[in-house]
Design a protein around this ligand. Structure first.
Ligand SMILES: [Zn+2]
Length: 261
């Protein structure tokens, strides 16, 4: 598995410095406050990010929920997702990661239709300028991408769009109640693709619905199962784990070591 690209979710102030500190092949970061609705600002390092050896991925804010039945969340979510997509393309990102969202007490079928409308809305202005990678979630009331049965219905709604992709998070799968053993095959049977792996351990038990990441081997997931997911997927890898350059650097080294065997 030589040549598999592995990196980390890092502070957005100086992503290339963070990559160097971790020996990372790629970085993922936010372009604006992940808990807020502010639009991303142009970055002075856009040229360096887009033209360098380090691959770039952008994570959309957590507040975005394009599936919700609440107009006052859904409509701004759609707009914010498109503005982040444009800003992510401007830094040469290979993908924009966004959580699958949830509909709360509402009808899940409407959530999938709202996802379809999100891509239709973007298509009105030429489509998303880069792949939008929908990520599985650990929890969420009536979630669109927690379990594979819901994911299959989501893909029925959005799978026709060229810009749609999938990001598989190992912590979220475990805490969301999907066994990691054989998961890559089960996901690919639904989506036909995995574009990115978020390789994270989980502080919480199987099917807990909680989303607290841990360093590989320090949480409740057998680290060899995480390695097996990474190997089977054959996709680029981001660790979204604690401990800064030291903690994430150790997780990257662990994966490289196991994958080289
Ligand atoms: Zn993740």
């Amino acid at each position: 598995m030589a040549g598999m690209r592995i990196g980390a979710h890092v502070d957005p102030a100086a992503p290339l410095d963070e990559a160097a500190a971790r020996g990372a092949d790629l970085v993922q970061f936010f372009l604006a406050d992940p808990q807020g609705w502010t639009a991303p600002k142009p970055r002075s390092d856009a040229g360096a990010l887009a033209g360098g050896q380090v691959d770039v991925y952008v994570h959309a804010p957590y507040v975005i929920n394009v599936a919700t039945l609440n107009n006052r969340i859904r409509i701004p979510s759609r707009k914010l997702l498109l503005s982040h997509a444009k800003a992510a393309a401007a830094v040469g990102a290979k993908g924009l990661i966004v959580h699958g969202g949830h509909v709360g007490g509402g009808e899940l079928a409407k959530g999938f239709d709202n996802w379809r409308k999100t891509f239709a809305y973007a298509a009105e202005s030429g489509g998303f300028p880069l792949p939008v990678l929908i990520e599985n979630t650990a929890g969420g009331d009536n979630a669109c991408a927690r379990r594979l049965d819901a994911l299959a219905r989501l893909w029925d709604a959005v799978g026709e769009y060229d810009e749609v992709g999938f990001c598989l998070d190992t912590c979220h799968a475990h805490a969301g109640g999907e066994e990691l053993l054989g998961l890559v095959d089960r996901v690919k049977a639904v989506t036909g693709r995995i574009d990115l792996i978020h390789a994270n351990d989980s502080r919480d038990p199987f099917d807990s619905g909680r989303d607290r990441h841990d360093n590989l081997g320090r949480g409740q997931i057998d680290p060899e199962l995480i390695v097996a997911v990474v190997r089977a997927a054959g996709a680029p890898v981001v660790v979204e784990t604690p401990g800064g350059a030291e903690g994430q650097g150790a997780d990257i080294s662990f994966l490289r070591d196991r994958l080289s065997r």
